[in-house]
Design a protein around this ligand. Structure first.
Ligand code: ZN
Length: 310
């Protein structure tokens, strides 16, 4: 079975909203649950800490800690085959049946202006740091912030700490200026869930120059299954549309820079055939019509693993 590394899902957020959801066998409530991961051949799944805008600023770090708690208590500890990943050797050493779990954060709102909070999250297991969600925070402007500002001085310190602690700096959701400021400083940039702007002009997608910059810095772009980022016909998106975005990045020379970041459980609408994590099987079937096994293994797994900094 083709191994899968998925760089972004919002399961922790859904489980935070509802205490009763079981990660093991949630039925249709979760796109990503243990049974679905096993069914489709997951090898590593990233779990994002995402704090909704509705949470008061002063409460955001606490909510981040609550999601860390959910990650350990309700994902890892009760599912013996789910294994915490802190460094690359943890991935390499996963046994046949085991699935690696990486803790990530989507947006630095939770740390406020406090680098200790960032370092604390790293000590708790976070290995990838998204600088913003859609709007501005103390670190940078997000892609929906109209002034299109870049990294603050504090944001520069955050990227430096990501470098020092060997964490990914995630550029998905950044404004264009924040993207370029970040690319100057980040040693380990990724875009965990973003598509190609030239194919569909959405502020969450990456323009050609940005894709080329990612290729130059050996960053990975997680192609995402968000219907809104694939084409204008949101109600009618197909796996073929995802392949178009892959083809495009390949044509720019990015075969070693393609991965997947589904955004499962962060989306309500889904691509036809990708209604939940099980759909990866259909995606891989479709990839097999167009790409070699070696290329598919790179896209689905190896590129992100090779790039894991720690
Ligand atoms: Zn997102």
């Amino acid at each position: 079975m083709t191994k899968i590394f998925d760089a972004h899902c919002d399961v922790l957020y859904k489980m935070w909203l509802n205490n009763n959801i079981s990660f093991k066998d949630s039925g249709d409530v979760l796109h990503v649950n243990y049974e679905n991961l096993v069914f489709a051949g997951s090898k590593v799944q990233c779990f994002a800490i995402y704090i909704p805008e509705s949470v008061r600023f002063d409460d955001r770090f606490n909510v981040a800690l609550e999601m860390v708690d959910i990650f350990y208590e309700r994902v890892i500890e009760v599912n013996p085959m789910m294994k915490l990943v802190l460094e690359k050797t943890d991935i390499v050493n996963l046994k046949e049946e085991e699935i690696g779990a990486i803790l990530t954060i989507e947006g630095c709102d939770a740390i406020g202006h406090d680098l200790v909070k960032l370092k604390t999250l790293n000590r708790l297991g976070v290995r990838s740091v998204g600088l913003t969600w859609n709007f501005a925070n103390a670190v940078a402007d997000g892609c929906r912030e109209k002034r299109n500002g870049g990294l603050s001085n504090f944001g520069r310190e955050v990227v430096q700490i990501n470098n020092d602690l060997k964490m990914w700096t995630d550029v998905s959701h950044l404004s264009e200026r924040s993207f370029w400021d970040t690319m100057e400083l980040a040693k380990f940039p990724i875009a965990s869930h973003s598509n190609v702007y030239s194919l569909f002009q959405h502020p969450r997608n990456l323009k050609d120059a940005q894709i080329k910059a990612m290729i130059e810095k050996k960053g990975i772009i997680g192609i995402t299954f968000v219907p809104y980022f694939l084409n204008e016909n949101v109600q009618n998106t197909h796996i073929k549309d995802i392949l178009n975005h892959i083809d495009y990045i390949c044509a720019l020379g990015g075969e070693k820079n393609i991965g997947f970041g589904s955004d499962f459980d962060g989306i309500d609408d889904t691509v036809n055939g990708l209604e939940n994590y099980r759909g990866y099987k259909l995606l891989i079937d479709e990839l097999q019509k167009h790409y070699s096994d070696e290329q598919i293994s790179k896209f689905c797994y190896q590129n992100f693993v090779d790039n894991f900094p720690n």
